[in-house]
Design a protein around this ligand. Sequence first.
Ligand code: NAD
Length: 328
Amino acid sequence: MAILVTGGAGYIGSVTVEDLRLGGEDVVVVDNLVYGHRSAVDESVPFYKGDIGDHALIERILDEHKVAACMHFSAYAYVGESVDDPAKYWENNVYQTIGLLGVLLDRGVRRFVFSSTCASYGEPQYVPIDENHTQSPTNPYGWSKFIIERILESYDNAYDLKFVALRYFNAAGATERLGEDHEPETHLIPLVLQAASGERDHVSIFGNDYPTPDGTAIRDYIHISDLSRAHLLALDYLKNGGASEFINLGNGDGYSVKEVIETACRVTGKEIVSQNVPRREGDPSKLVADARKAREVLGWNPGFPKLEQIIESAWRWHQSRPDGFCDE
Ligand SMILES: NC(=O)c1ccc[n+]([C@@H]2O[C@H](COP(=O)([O-])OP(=O)(O)OC[C@H]3O[C@@H](n4cnc5c(N)ncnc54)[C@H](O)[C@@H]3O)[C@@H](O)[C@H]2O)c1
């Protein structure tokens, strides 16, 4: 039986595909390559280029492979863009996901691991944020994930779909072969490393007047391999008959933008120029996960919890592939 991975050519999906294969699973990938990279997926993995909203394509994949479960990574994930062009997010993240779920259920695929996000919580009422924290997203991207979570709940209730919705905090870092190559890039660690390697002349600090010790925003960074492993554990959990769950994935440690830049200076041995610019609308001061449930329910333990380890891995990858994947 195979695992269908949507968005498997993207940053988090490609690492998970590799780990699933190492774990002995058969994998099938569907990705339209709008943001993903063909070369991030090994040639030996069955790969279908196309949209998850293309029902005929998904039906063909399910005809050609015995699919036991789906890991659904594909989505658009630019918060600012979702504010400027929300229709794009409702169409891709919500409408196309509903279509995908319909085809899966029609064909009897009832196990689903979903990439949700800490952006579904909105402005935190307290930190660390646990799964019972109120969800009140501040942008259409966060809402698109929130809506799919509610759809999954209703599908469990009505159609017996069993799911784990993993609410990631900030994915970062790299494996030996796979790393972050987004165009445009908006994530802090790759931007900081581009500044370290001279590809950009500075890195912008959005807001230095937050109520945090150094005035810059605090985030919880989680290594991509730790994220990937949580997906494998979620799959095992569902295979063993686990009930549907919402689970945070983070380290429970927060680092400020300034701390990230200082750590990157130490790791790379380079000077990194930063510039203070105004806050971005809707950017909370502090997002840190309470990830106890991931440990309790999935038996998950992060292997690379330190910011230094995360940045070191990203820097190694950046140096080995300064131009990224160079394909699509
Ligand atoms: N990166 C993070 O820190 C983070 C944090 C929280 C949640 N997430 C979620 O995790 C998932 C993966 O994130 P990522 O950083 O790997 O993003 P990514 O853009 O690198 O990967 C997404 C992949 O999905 C593909 N895709 C998009 N729409 C598609 C469609 N309609 N049909 C087929 N393929 C499509 C893209 O080409 C891309 O390869 C996303 O759902 C994102 O919302 C990411």
